[in-house]
Ligand binder design. Structure first.
Ligand code: F6P
Length: 559
């Protein structure tokens, strides 16, 4: 594997340093002086219209950023990923989530490490969609012969966030009378509340875990199994002996995992388990068998359209020159903000209530990928990395945290996402409510870019100290992403867009964006501390003073 190229050693970096030292952002002036700016900086990516013009860049800065991508080998590393090279160095794995959405029959077939990846992917996809059809048609029945009406996906991290986000986004497509729920937290509240009103006879649990070792997921799977057994036995539906319990599990549990041996050990028939591969990272897995809940609740056609959306963007990234490559340009803009303008966070603000879990999903994608301080060869990074991604849908966010984006002291680049056609075109009398909604999206991006000068405030009659309070500096950067509607294909394009933005930033920083060692220590310590919480004195004595005191507080207050 090639050593990472230190971005700070490149000629492009020096150019960007020079741009920064002379930098005087002036979106008002740039727009006034340059009638072609919007057209030049608006790009098409599949069904997405992406307007970069309200970013704090000139053409010269953009050119230097593109040279930075060239000089740090972004295109080469993308090609290495697509070809199945083991770019996940710390786990010695290929990174092939892009293979999950290659259309059937793509030629030549993708063969990696002697394995026909395309054939494997299509085989599992065929199995998932056939199973989804069985559940949706009622051919698959619960232990008492009833059709499934509720599916409960049990998973966490990548085995939860993607499916929840997509389900919420595409709920208008869930028309087959099957509702999905998602249990992730080991806080027993999550399982208790999500099963409280369910009928066990019509509920199907999907245990989704790449490793099938995750504490939260396996604990919740056992809780769900107990709930199933107890409620069926209480209703007299099963006798409660081993055979009837096994039969209940066989009818009400399926699994998704790369570890089918562990699935069998849990008691789930591997005929009802869907596999994937170690070359799919958890946070890149919503388009693998981890999306089985989606194929069932939304339907196989929707799931395939989602995959096609991802593929549109994969092709764009592979085939488009860097200077017009949307995910690469957006990744480069993020590098400009983080490494040259000092921004520490990035807001993602969908003007689409259906995307209300999009920021939560992106947090794992971006921060588990690029929240690193060492490079892929084990040496320290040479720059700041991994900004904090966060956000909420508009207009809710406007009434919460936008104040800080507009007038605070921090630079917070923001992505606004909107669709032209709402899923629910409601009217308030004669007023099309979506028009009002989108007027807010347009107003916010305009206010952030162009602000309001003191002279404009004074012209409205404001005087004294209030003038400063009512002045908006502007030059707050935004990208606007617009689509005709939130279709499955558009959603796939949006997700893939952010996957490749994340990849671009990771390559420039020299990061392996596909491991996550930073989550391990807390997991190990939780297992060591659990006995201390249970009452093991030796385990308690091994803890630091603060942890001991917190355990003492817990025990004193736990009824
Ligand atoms: O939190 C760490 C992590 O490994 C994530 O990367 C992953 O998505 C999540 O745990 C769940 O893992 P699994 O699918 O193996 O249960």
């Amino acid at each position: 594997m090639n050593a990472p190229i230190d971005p700070t050693s490149t000629a492009a970096w020096a150019e960007l340093e020079a741009h920064k030292s002379a930098f005087a952002p002036d979106l008002r002036g740039w727009f006034a002086a340059d009638a072609g700016r919007v057209e030049r900086m608006s790009l098409t990516l599949g069904d997405l219209h992406v307007d970069l013009s309200k970013n704090l860049v000139t053409d010269e800065i953009l050119s230097s950023l593109v040279r930075l991508a060239e000089q740090t080998g972004v295109a080469e590393r993308y090609a290495a990923m697509l070809a199945g090279e083991h770019i996940n160095t710390t786990e010695d794995r290929a990174v092939l989530h892009t293979a999950l959405r290659r259309p059937a029959g793509t030629s030549p077939a993708l063969v990696v490490d002697g394995q026909d990846i395309d054939a494997d992917v299509q085989a599992v996809l065929g199995k998932i969609t056939a199973f989804a059809d069985r559940v949706r048609s009622g051919d698959w029945k619960g232990v008492t012969g009833k059709k499934v009406t509720h599916i409960v996906n049990i998973g966490i991290g990548g085995s939860d966030l993607g499916p929840v986000m997509v389900y919420e986004a595409l709920k208008p497509y869930a028309t087959a009378g099957i509702t999905a729920r998602f249990v992730s937290n080991i806080d027993p509240t999550d399982m208790a509340q999500k099963t409280a009103d369910l009928d066990p006879e019509t509920t199907l649990f999907i245990v989704a875990s790449k490793t099938f070792t995750t504490l939260e997921t396996l604990t919740n799977a056992r809780l769900a199994r107990d709930w199933l057994w107890d409620s069926l036995a209480a209703a007299g539906t099963i006798s409660g002996d081993d055979a009837s319990r096994a039969d209940a599990v066989a009818h009400h549990f399926i699994a998704v995992s790369t570890a089918l041996d562990k699935v069998a050990a849990f008691g789930i028939d591997t005929a009802n388990a869907f596999g994937f591969w170690d070359w799919v990272g958890g946070r890149y897995s919503v388009d693998s068998a981890i999306g089985t809940s989606l194929a069932i609740a939304l339907g196989p056609d929707v799931f395939r359209e989602l995959l096609a959306g991802f593929h549109t963007v994969d092709r764009h990234v592979a085939e488009t020159p860097l200077a017009e490559n949307v995910p690469v340009l957006m990744g480069l803009l993020n590098v400009w903000y983080v490494n040259f303008l000092g921004s520490q966070s990035h807001a993602v603000l969908p003007y689409a209530q259906q995307l209300h879990r999009f920021a939560a999903y992106l947090q794992q994608l971006t921060m588990e990928s690029n929240g690193k301080s060492v490079r892929w060869d084990g040496t320290p990074v040479t720059t700041e990395t991994g900004e904090i991604f966060w956000g909420e849908p508009g207009t809710n966010g406007q009434h919460a945290f936008y104040q800080l984006i507009h007038q605070g002291t921090r630079l917070i680049p923001a992505d606004f996402i909107a669709v032209a056609n709402p899923a629910y075109p409601l009217k308030d009398g004669e007023q099309d409510v979506h028009n009002l909604f989108l007027a807010n999206f347009l107003a916010q991006t305009k206010a952030l870019a162009f602000g309001k000068t003191a002279a404009e405030v004074e012209a409205e009659g404001t005087t004294g100290a209030l003038v400063a309070a009512r002045t908006f500096a502007g030059n707050r950067p935004t990208t606007s992403i617009f689509a005709p509607a939130l279709t499955p294909a558009v959603l796939g394009q949006l997700i893939a867009l952010y996957e490749h933005i994340t990849f671009t930033q990771g390559v420039i920083w020299g990061i392996n964006s596909f491991d996550q060692w930073g989550v391990e220590l807390g997991k190990q310590l939780a297992l060591q501390i659990a006995p201390a919480v249970e009452g093991d004195d030796a385990a308690l004595a091994a803890q630091d003073a603060s942890t001991q005191a917190l355990i003492a507080y817990y025990k004193a207050n736990r009824k």
